[in-house]
Design a protein around this ligand. Structure first.
Ligand code: GLC
Length: 566
């Protein structure tokens, strides 16, 4: 079987602002990332996805781009980017960038020109109306239509008002964006992660939504939801409020156009969409190479039943494409609570973190890790609203207090919880001031989680064979050495088991059984699999045994066990 690099690679997402501060100013940068490439190589990373590194006023932490062909000065220069790319490639690490298509920053020259008058050459590059044509909300900060006095008109923004939506129905917009796409491809980047593609087009008839609330009220409803019915109602209201603003016709044609550009380049450049809809893979080779399996992580608890259901649905859909599709599994990114916090249940958080890492690293499909998960970084709840940098949360704090009259302390707590700052804090490199991210005496852009002093840091874990970091390295190494774990088919076994998840990865020449025991109970499992009798341990969280018979496999509480069948 010949797989492409993006099918066999282990991806690692870097959030540039928080990864490594090479010049000691409290903000991550390319010098820092470059210095850490050996760390990433040793971890076993094959490809990096960088969250936006472009110049930006940072209303949305870089997802409001003001120059698509530049490097944010705080991250370095274009030459430093080139050095980084060169050094990554020298280590056989590929690099994909974040491409924000839906919107620009309101400080982007395109928007400044567009809003200057109604008849300038870029007048039609954004979505303008004389009066707000409907009650649409922005999913970040209230009304989706914002007034621009220069034109005496309103512009549309799905996200913050500092993130005006581009008018993708204008061919000049496409041309300009495709030029930027080529700029980085020409420099040698290996592809793109496509931001928020679903939001690119809106319903052209601009119908109002029928949810009797605004965004602040909708968020408050979600926050106060307690019963399953409450949650269901709140999810339904979210859907109904935004359904006219995403997933509209035109997207597939656009993705095809973009794919054509990538295919002009050598080296199998790739696209991964921030969307879970397999329809974005087109016929399997004419749109995106990958879409994320978000349904796997969109759950309160990861349970064996949830995983099996998820895999059955996803793999069937991928299978059904004219050219068979390839999966892409992840449990965390810069937009959501960290894996260890989110899926840990109190005292067993570390064991669950190991199980969940093993899940992503052994399922069929390309795995994506989020920086910091390999050392078990946790969320940091920032309850002082003045320290929040995720302005979506600041906006919510203010509207909760001023408009909804929520008590300040309660609003601050909720803002800290919904803010994405909690999962974007600086990488913890050592048990030293600022967690070794920035020098002592410097204030990093977001507070460092003080638990760097409790062993959650790279340096101490590098020296401890029992650490989570050592666990990741060992497991990633086994994955790389075991063809069935990369290319093998997926076959669930013992599908009724509620507390453990067992499945095979099989190629014509190798069969691996993976057992993830999601419970505090030790057990003896009996597998009867035609043609196989013995199990040679490949990996375990427990001391490894020499060999087991398939009819009697002992698994310890929370054990991760990988065996090759003979
Ligand atoms: C994507 C990004 C998120 C950003 C949003 C708007 O969802 O992952 O961080 O805020 O798009 O660009």
């Amino acid at each position: 079987m010949s797989l492409k690099w993006w099918q066999t690679a282990l991806f690692y997402q870097i959030y540039p602002r928080s990864f490594a501060d090479g010049n000691g100013d409290g903000i991550g940068d390319f010098k820092g990332i470059t210095e850490k490439l050996d760390y990433l190589k040793t971890l076993g990373v094959d490809a990096l996805w960088l969250s936006p590194h472009f110049p930006s006023p940072n209303w949305d932490c870089g997802y409001d781009v003001s120059d698509y062909c530049g490097v944010a000065p705080e991250y370095g220069t274009l030459d430093e980017f080139k050095t980084f790319l060169h050094e990554a490639h020298a280590r056989e690490i590929r690099v994909i960038l974040d491409l924000v298509l839906n919107h620009t920053s309101d400080e982007h020259p395109w928007f400044l020109e567009s809003k200057a008058s109604r008849d300038n050459p870029k007048a039609d590059w954004y979505v303008w109306q004389d009066t707000p044509p409907n009650n649409w909300q922005s999913c970040f900060d209230g009304d989706a239509w914002t007034y621009a006095p220069e034109r005496n008109q309103y512009y549309y923004h799905y996200f913050m008002k500092q993130q005006p939506d581009l008018n993708w129905r204008n061919p000049a917009v496409k041309q300009a964006m495709w030029d930027a796409v080529r700029f980085w491809l020409d420099l040698g980047v290996d592809g793109y992660r496509l931001d928020a593609i679903g939001t690119i087009y809106e319903d052209p008839t601009l119908p109002s939504h029928s949810v009797p609330m605004n965004l602040a009220q909708l968020r408050r409803e979600a926050e106060l939801a307690r019963t399953p019915e409450d949650h269901k109602r709140s999810r339904k209201n979210w859907h109904n409020m935004f359904k006219n603003q995403w997933g509209q016709p035109g997207l597939h044609e656009l993705m095809k156009e973009l794919r054509t550009i990538l295919d002009e380049y050598e080296g199998d450049r790739m696209l991964v969409g921030e969307d879970d809809d397999i329809a974005y893979m087109g016929d399997g080779k004419d749109e995106l190479h990958l879409v994320f399996n978000f349904p796997l992580m969109h759950t309160e608890f990861i349970t064996p039943a949830h995983i099996r259901r998820n895999q059955a649905q996803r793999l069937a859909r991928l299978e059904a494409l004219p050219t068979r599709g390839w999966g892409c599994n992840t449990l965390g990114n810069h937009d959501c609570s960290r894996i260890r916090t989110r899926f840990g249940r109190g005292t067993n958080a570390l064991e669950l973190a190991k199980l969940n890492a093993a899940l992503v690293l052994t399922l069929r499909g390309t795995p994506f890790l989020y920086n910091g998960e390999e050392i078990g970084m946790t969320d940091l709840l920032i309850t002082d609203p003045t320290l929040l940098r995720d302005t979506m949360a600041t906006w919510y704090y203010e509207s909760a207090v001023n408009e909804l009259k929520v008590p300040q302390a309660e609003a601050a707590h909720h803002a800290g919880q919904m803010s994405r700052d909690k999962n974007r804090t600086p990488h913890q490199w050592a048990n030293s001031p600022n967690g070794g991210f920035s020098p002592a005496g410097i204030t990093p852009w977001l507070p460092v989680n003080p638990n760097y002093a409790e062993g959650i840091n790279v340096r101490e874990q590098e020296n401890d064979p029992a650490s989570l970091l050592a666990y990741y390295k060992r497991l990633i190494h086994v994955r790389k050495q075991t063809p069935a774990l990369i290319e093998g088919e997926y076959r669930p076994v013992q599908e009724k088991a509620r507390t453990y998840f067992a499945f095979l990865r099989e190629t014509p020449i190798q069969t691996v059984l993976v057992v993830l025991n999601y419970s505090a109970r030790a057990r003896t499992l009996r597998f009867s699999l035609e043609g196989f009798h013995t199990a040679l341990p490949l990996f375990s969280t427990e001391p490894m045994k020499k060999e087991e018979t398939l009819s009697k496999i002992h698994v310890a509480p929370y054990e991760v066990l990988l065996v090759e069948l003979r």
